[in-house]
Design a protein. Structure first.
Ligand SMILES: [Zn+2]
Ligand SMILES: [Zn+2]
Length: 140
């Protein structure tokens, strides 16, 4: 059953979805899937979709995508794919300062459904959900 990750309301109409992933310093890659009903997509997803273009870092100037702080390096990256009805998918690969990264990781883990390391197929595109985020599966 497809339902919103934020509420238990029965959903009429299409859901938006997003996939988020990152590589922890130690251990395996981690990815989550979040589903959104229309009101929750507007609340949680639209702000990201609206601002991500503006916040892309300039070449050679590592700046946190979220807070704009200058950082030494943008090793800490968050990968995402955002699917909204009637909209082209948005792919994100953003560098974050470590404080913002851990904040986002907590938010995502709080509502998201953890993807297993087995290949998961994206319901809408038929694409491997991991590859959809930009995280290449590794043999384990
Ligand atoms: Zn909802
Ligand atoms: Zn930051």
């Amino acid at each position: 059953m497809r339902k919103c990750s934020y509420c238990a309301d029965p959903t009429i109409g299409k859901l938006a979805s997003s996939y988020w992933g990152w590589y922890p310093l130690e251990g395996d890659r981690i990815a989550y899937k979040i589903m959104y009903c229309k009101p929750h997509a507007e609340k949680h997803l639209m702000p990201i979709a609206r601002t991500w273009n503006d916040n892309l870092p300039n070449e050679g100037e590592p700046v946190c995508w979220d807070c704009g702080a200058e950082v030494d390096s943008l090793r800490d990256k968050l990968f995402a794919s955002i699917y909204m009805p009637n909209t082209d998918p948005i792919k994100l690969e953003v560098g974050l300062c470590s404080a913002c990264l851990s904040k986002h990781q907590q938010d995502i883990a709080a509502v998201g459904q953890r993807l297993s390391n087995r290949t998961e197929i994206h319901a809408r595109t038929g694409e491997d959900a991991w590859i959809a985020i930009g995280i290449v599966p590794v043999d384990s």
